[in-house]
Design a binder for this molecule. Structure first.
Ligand code: NAD
Length: 362
């Protein structure tokens, strides 16, 4: 069987890690025609926009895409292409498996959990009102008239919408995953003690969905700050986590740190029809073009893509090759060496080549 997959190399270190991933996927023997498209800074240079329409068209047609990271300007410039992609393609679930690989700088060996982050709502919905704009003034006046707590005139405002339908589909997705992958427990993470209506609705909905899986999958809920502390102390206590967008983003990075850093943490964004795979890390601009960074996170995102394509044997062979190279610790990038200045560290492409060599024949 052959597949057509949209490949978005991205910018910063994106093109390097994407090339490394592509080499490894091709080395498994799975036949993929790569539909390569530019996004981010390269797309701005070529077509004046960071997310050209043809990129969305290609992903809608192929249904499967994999991408490198993309720069998002802070506080100015274009809106995050990542957020735009997730919203435009309705990729409502951000899935991030976190597990221990020998040879990484993991903070604990006892970690094997999967994070399900809601991807379209919450403070990331992109509904914001800048300070001193007509819209912000109007909104502040309206809100101040509606309730007793007064918003100061010199405020900027971000809106946090959380719906029953949005919460229900991510929680259901997490439970279905738990059921199909022999996971024991789903933990809903929230701050419903303070945000009684928005997070409260997420929690109430999660409890209702949990009732449908009673006797099959356990359920509990934990407040997000407590969750962060517990993850550091006893990550092995958790199995599947489901979170609204903002907490999901932060807790994912915490777990990436626990499993050994951004260089090894893979991810996926899944919708009803379309799946987009990407590493958790960003575009690390200071390393761009230096053939220095760790390609593991993007290669493991490729493993998730192969699993999604039902190429489970190829996924296993590639993951085993990654495991072997990590464990051996010889042909690995600087971040995986005990001393980051170790001159024996190899470059991005050399590590990918070592992984390709370790892929078992079919
Ligand atoms: P970052 O993840 O790009 O880098 C932070 C640090 O982590 C790097 O300086 C580096 O030390 C380390 N690191 C990251 N990836 C690594 C790798 N593969 N191997 C080894 N070390 C690695 O985070 P940032 O500096 O906060 O963000 C840079 C840019 O990336 C920003 O514009 C941000 O918006 C964007 N970003 C994009 C995505 C995405 O495309 N999905 C995700 C996060 C951040």
């Amino acid at each position: 069987m052959s597949y057509r997959v949209t490949l978005l190399p991205g910018d910063g270190i994106g093109p390097e890690v994407a090339l490394a991933m592509k080499k490894c996927i091709d080395a498994t023997g799975v036949k993929i025609t790569w539909d390569e498209e530019q996004v981010g800074e390269f797309a701005i240079k070529a077509s004046g926009t960071p997310l050209p329409d043809r990129v969305l068209e290609s992903i809608r047609k192929n249904k499967v895409a994999i991408k490198g990271p993309i720069v998002t300007p802070i506080g100015k410039g274009f809106r995050s292409v990542n957020v735009q992609l997730r919203q435009a393609l309705d990729l409502f679930a951000c899935v991030r498996p976190c597990k221990y690989y020998e040879g990484t700088k993991a903070k604990t060996k006892d970690i094997d959990l999967v994070i399900f982050r809601e991807n379209t709502e919450d403070l990331y919905a992109g509904i914001e009102f800048d300070i001193h704009t007509d819209a912000a003034r109007k909104l502040i006046k309206e809100i101040n008239a509606l309730q007793p707590r007064q918003i100061k005139d010199d405020s900027a405002i971000s809106i946090k919408p959380i719906s029953i339908s949005g919460s229900r589909r991510i929680v259901k997705y997490a439970f279905e995953y738990a059921l199909n992958n022999k996971r024991k427990k789903v933990t809903a993470v929230h701050k419903a003690n303070i945000m009684k209506f928005s997070d409260g609705l997420f929690l109430k909905t999660a409890r209702e969905v949990a009732e449908e899986y009673k006797g099959k999958v356990e359920f509990e809920d934990v407040i997000v700050d407590n969750m962060c502390m517990q993850l550091v102390q006893r990550a092995d206590f958790f199995d599947v986590l489901v979170l609204p967008n903002l907490y999901g983003d932060i807790v994912s990075d915490l777990c990436a740190g626990l499993m050994g850093g951004l260089g090894v943490a893979p991810g996926a964004n899944i919708g009803d029809e379309i799946a987009l795979f990407e590493p958790v890390h960003g575009s690390a601009p200071k390393y761009a073009g230096k053939n220095k960074v760790n390609p593991t996170a993007t290669i493991l995102s490729g493993v998730l893509m192969l699993e999604h394509l039902n190429e489970t044997k190829a996924a296993e062979r590639l993951e085993n090759a990654v495991k072997a190279v990590l464990k051996e610790g010889k042909y690995v990038t600087y971040d995986l060496k005990a001393d980051r200045d170790d001159p024996t560290a190899v470059g991005t492409q050399e590590m990918a080549d070592a992984i390709c060599k370790k892929i078992a024949p079919r």
